[in-house]
Design a binder for this molecule. Structure first.
Ligand SMILES: CSC[C@H]1O[C@@H](n2cnc3c(O)ncnc32)[C@H](O)[C@@H]1O
Ligand SMILES: [Zn+2]
Length: 445
């Protein structure tokens, strides 16, 4: 009998349950996750870890599920400062009469810094370790995410009209190209291109967005088929459904993420399939704005990658991706008229490996396996509202909400410990949030 070689590593996490996401549907018990630097050195049974690793820190999680960090694939982070400001309205009234005027009045570099930090605090506390952002002053959002150590795809905005970040498409594209260049090698930030929607971006800038994506490899994220009005208006004015127009412009590609995708028919599904574009499902925003329903199970059955996002806190009104999964799973069953649609494990895949796939990063994110990046969360199941436990995956989707998240690590760095944020000064943040709320309430800037 030969003695095992003992390897030194940084952190050992002992998990009661471990859901690695891949292989699909797996729940492991009494496993250990070993972190060395920013990567996973091993995911092995605890007895094997005893024989093989010595770590400088051990975290015992005897009532917890450990899984990969969640990936929130669509949002407008700084809109957290507009949470609850304009409710119970349909999309175009909400945008035209409330949100766009407020953005015109309040958006500044400081608004983006404070609003993005508020969003990051909420997302970290509820299990998100990677988020996608599409908003103004992306260089500020990127800096905030980088400084906190949270992974983010940051899409620079592209629209036909002026906003606080630019005078029009030419300026957005030129600042956007510089933005991509500045952040393309960062270990936390994935700079990307954010043409807002088919109804706010004309053909010329859409084509330029595609050229920039081809040149840099940056992803494109766009709101698409959000409402019946959008599809009907485009069909009437342009004689084409929005998906068909974007396909003709070359914008639907494996680097493209189509957000919302309600009101879709067989021709839309076929274009998504042919082009390899991804769908980002935002069920709560779609419900709250009464935008429509995305046929998630049909898309998955067609082989299309579907990830999940919350959208901004002004149309949701929270950034809790576990809550979003619950809504997604419930809604998918009604839409498919099939209670087996979007099972708990499939929903968890949507918030992890499918998000990683949409980012083109599934080789290093979205599941727990040796060599992948150490983006990990733990959920404490010891609360009475999560007892008894027959199937931890069921609890994560159907009974849990994000506040049961007790720990998270991103790149091997602790971000949440025993439910507390380690890298955001919440008390100081709350003072700045209250200051913004005062100004927004009185509409004085
Ligand atoms: C180009 S910056 C982002 C822009 O999008 C607005 N927005 C927020 N939520 C939605 C949504 O659900 N559909 C369309 N546009 C949305 C946001 O207020 C910014 O102006
Ligand atoms: Zn959105």
């Amino acid at each position: 009998m030969t003695a095992d070689t003992i390897t030194a590593a940084d952190i050992r996490i002992n998990a009661r349950w471990l859901i690695p996401i891949e292989p699909a549907g797996t729940v492991l018990e009494h496993y250990a996750v070993i972190i060395q630097g920013d990567r996973l050195a091993a995911v092995i049974p605890q007895e094997q870890a005893d024989r093989s690793f010595r770590t400088r820190e051990t975290v015992d999680l005897p009532n917890h599920v450990v899984m990969p960090g969640l990936i929130n694939m669509h949002g407008h982070a700084a809109m957290s400062l507009f949470r609850g400001m304009a409710d119970d309205l349909p999309l175009m009234t909400w945008l035209n009469d409330h949100i766009w005027p407020a953005e015109g009045r309040f958006i500044s570099e400081q608004f983006i810094a404070d609003g993005t930090q508020l969003a990051m605090a909420e997302m970290l506390r509820t299990g998100t370790t990677t988020f996608s952002d599409m908003y103004f002053f992306p260089e500020i959002a990127a800096q905030m995410a980088h400084d906190t150590g949270i992974r983010a795809q940051v899409c620079f905005p592209l629209l036909d009209f002026p906003t606080p970040w630019g005078a029009g498409p030419e300026e957005y594209l030129s600042k956007g190209a510089d933005f991509i260049d500045s952040w393309k090698n960062d270990c936390y930030i994935m700079p990307a291109i954010g043409p807002h929607a088919p109804y706010t971006v004309s053909d010329g800038p859409m084509i330029e967005a595609v050229r920039l994506s081809e040149k840099t490899g940056a992803a494109i994220q766009i709101h698409l088929h959000e409402t019946a009005f959008e599809v009907a208006e485009a069909t009437e004015k342009l004689g084409q459904r929005p998906t068909a127009r974007l396909a003709d412009l070359g914008l639907l590609r494996p680097e493209t993420q189509c957000v919302h995708m309600t009101q879709i028919d067989a021709s839309d599904i076929s274009l998504l399939k042919q082009t390899g574009a991804h769908v980002i499902h935002c069920p709560e925003s779609n419900l709250k704005l009464a935008s429509g329903l995305c046929p998630v199970q049909e898309l998955l059955d067609s082989g299309i990658n579907v990830a999940i996002g919350t959208d901004g806190a002004a149309s949701n009104n929270d950034l809790d991706l576990f809550g979003e999964l619950r809504t997604a799973a419930m809604m998918a069953k009604v839409v498919a008229n099939d209670a087996s649609a979007l099972s708990a494990h499939k929903a968890l895949q949507m918030a992890t490996i499918n998000g990683a796939r949409a980012l083109g990063r599934d080789h290093e994110l979205g599941s727990l396996a040796e060599g992948k990046l150490a983006d990990i969360i733990a959920i404490d199941l010891s609360d009475p509202f999560l007892q008894p436990v027959y199937d931890p995956a069921s609890h994560l989707v159907y009974s849990n909400h994000g506040r049961s998240v007790s720990h998270s690590w991103i790149n091997g760095v602790p971000q949440v410990q025993d439910g507390r944020l380690t890298r955001i000064d919440v008390a100081d943040l709350m003072l700045r949030v209250e200051d913004w709320a005062g100004r927004i309430r009185t509409k004085a800037d």
